[in-house]
Design a protein around this ligand. Sequence first.
Ligand code: MGD
Ligand code: MGD
Ligand code: MO
Length: 760
Amino acid sequence: MPDRKPSYRTYTAPAGGWGAAAATAKVLMQESVLAKGSRALLSMNQPGGFKCPSCAFPDPECRKTLEFCENGAKALAHEATRFRVTRELFERYTVSELAEQSDYWLEKQGRLTEPMRYDPAIDRYVPIGWDDAFATIGRHLRALGSPHQAEFYTSGRTPNEAAFLYAIFVREFGTNNFPDCSNMCHEPTSRGLPPSIGVGKGTVVMEDFDHAEAIFVIGQNTGTNSPRMMTNLVEARKRGVPIVAVNPMPERALIKFTEPQDVIQMATFGSTEIASEFVHISIGGDIALLKGMMKVIFERDAAGEDVIDRNFVNRHTVGIEAVREDAFAQDWADICRVSGLDEEQIRRCAEIYIRSNATMICYGMGLTQHQEGSRLLQQVANLLFLRGNFGKPGAGIAPIRGHSNVQGDRTVGIDERPDRDYLDRVQAVFGFDPPREKGHHTLEAVEAMLNGTAKVFIGMGGNFVRAVPDTERSYAAMRKLDLTVAISTKLNRGHVIHGREALILPVISRSERITTEAGEQFVTIEDSMAKVTASCGILEPASPACMAEVEIVCRMASATLPDSKTDWEALAHDYGLIRDRIAQVYPGIYSGFSERIGDPAGFQLDVPPRRLVWPTPNGKANFLLFNGLEANRPVDDPAMLRLATVRSHDQFNTTIYSYSDRYRGVYNDRMVVFMNEDDRKERGLARQARIALETISDDGIRRRVAGLTVIDYPMPRGAIAGYYPELNPLLPLEYFDEISGTPAAKSIPVRALPDSDETA
Ligand SMILES: Nc1nc2c(c(=O)[nH]1)N[C@H]1C(S)=C(S)[C@@H](COP(=O)(O)OP(=O)(O)OC[C@H]3O[C@@H](n4cnc5c(=O)[nH]c(N)nc54)[C@H](O)[C@@H]3O)O[C@H]1N2
Ligand SMILES: Nc1nc2c(c(=O)[nH]1)N[C@H]1C(S)=C(S)[C@@H](COP(=O)(O)OP(=O)(O)OC[C@H]3O[C@@H](n4cnc5c(=O)[nH]c(N)nc54)[C@H](O)[C@@H]3O)O[C@H]1N2
Ligand SMILES: [Mo]
């Protein structure tokens, strides 16, 4: 718990600026990394240095000599911290005692320093040698009745080299069970966009920001979660480019921002107004907005205006007729009710879109985490097709990815539904028969744990049990396993909620040097815009006993696959050999990998729609129809509120940097609910009342989180927000987007009740 009293106020200053500079200095000091940290910051994202371990937004590429952001600095400071978790900590606390501690406390203990094994006799983690740790993993995996009884999770910080080999090892072992963080994140992008444009990736690159004539930022909290993108937005704004921000929360940085790198703005306390149009949408109202905009375009087209790019539509697309009919069939009253917007504003958005000859639509979790997340994105593509916003500078679809290498991990094989081409190449290059049946995504993995089919869980990074929905059930699922293995940098919930046997394996982090028999190694990552760059750590590893992820994968493979034809030991030492194998498995995009990565600026992977080539079954860009306006199934309960679980400014996913959320004016408290004042009054709740939230579901399971403080906040009526992961107990495992399996974490139907626990 925070040691200071909670307080709530309205934040009125611009985002960024001196507040960001001060926060950067503070976190470096708190983690005691001032000298070492500033040296590391100077080499972050510089040629020859390492890639920021925070978000997936591309680096500015020599545009400015020193560019880093407040939240990049926090991620680095927490990685380069002076604090250490040693065997003494595990001697001092039983695992049950550690489980009582908060996520914040666990993270604060610092970097993991040696492999540990759970000893049930004393309920403590005790040291284990690396050899014994790998032998334990090999023994468990080889003893399974079927390879499908193991789940191999990946979080998106894992670099290409480790992820590629992990995918090979697990397939040679015999399963496609690859739950990964992407399954909770941008999976609607990966599964929803291919039928539409042929790839599950974005189609814009950094330079497009310089050519865009309009930019939409939908369901994404840029200033907090991809702060480097603020520079692009500021520059676009200064050129007079309209920016439309669509969000149920008026996120501060999207309204007004001071660039910490802009010396003049900093000195004069100046700022840039970011959004020229702020669209205060209801939760799940985006399909209605998009259809409203399309309706306007089709109406004006019917009236003879030249608003549709006929040349593009005729040459490249199929299916416009059905989408036109559907748009005409929608009623303005319904569009306005579902979106929570007035017709006039939707018409204004359409006007901005029509006037622009190159539009980018950027989006985040506010679009993907709904029951119809995938179909919602297909509507985004439909809108972009109408004005030919593909294959020209400044235009396209821009999913703003989460983890720094989440996109790369998928590209190199972390995929529970691998395609045939890839499997055939793996077979040719590695000489074994990879399994062809579909494996488990994240929710299916939890399901398999719950019903007892899964026995072993291996987590390559991340904090699975805390990131997934339905906390109570997921904790129970984890505890049923025979073995859980956490390959981690820092202590987290996944270490204290574990299987009968459990291992913690400490890794060398992104900012640290990897030295093998073959000398110093570098890794590569693919950013949100499909650019691949090298990352080379410069700091000493947190402990001599930490091991590189690549070596961990190779040694797990050696311990599990005694008959493997692959020379895992050679690959563990020479990452160039791994890149050669990547090039062999992906001759299309990765040919000449080793030479091309020599360019300090990296290289761009091919994204065919940029060339107006559509790798869809019919070779066309497809307008896809969705019947209806709602991104989630309606709930018949007048008291229902839609809850979006969001990130604060001071966390990285399940890592809590502090209990405050500066831009939303919340200090020393994460157990809050942002609510429209009228919704609060309607429920007879006093200002800052203590409440509980209860999920509305018909599966007979009671999901409730109490001890929450209501804060009056400019939310649309019927929409509330609170923090992930504290509110994950409210999210049912069964509440997800069917196409992608992504939990609908932005639209949980709940009731707000007075917190009776207080009086009970
Ligand atoms: N500092 C920092 N950086 C990060 C992360 C972090 O935790 N901390 N996480 C990384 C990861 S893995 C990811 S995926 C990204 C996440 O980055 P974002 O996508 O920005 O993630 P969220 O904070 O979950 O919420 C996004 C926004 O969606 C809005 N929203 C909610 N419901 C709706 C809706 O129905 N419609 C619309 N239009 N908007 C809605 C919320 O108000 C919020 O502003 O950031 C990455 N970068
Ligand atoms: N309700 C709700 N749930 C959500 C979301 C939401 O918005 N709402 N967002 C979802 C999203 S978008 C995502 S991406 C997931 C995130 O899910 P995860 O990726 O599983 O979670 P993280 O919190 O990013 O994982 C943090 C841990 O990763 C380890 N780690 C850090 N760096 C490294 C490294 O370099 N190597 C290795 N091996 N380990 C490392 C550390 O031990 C740290 O404790 O959560 C999802 N869950
Ligand atoms: Mo994410």
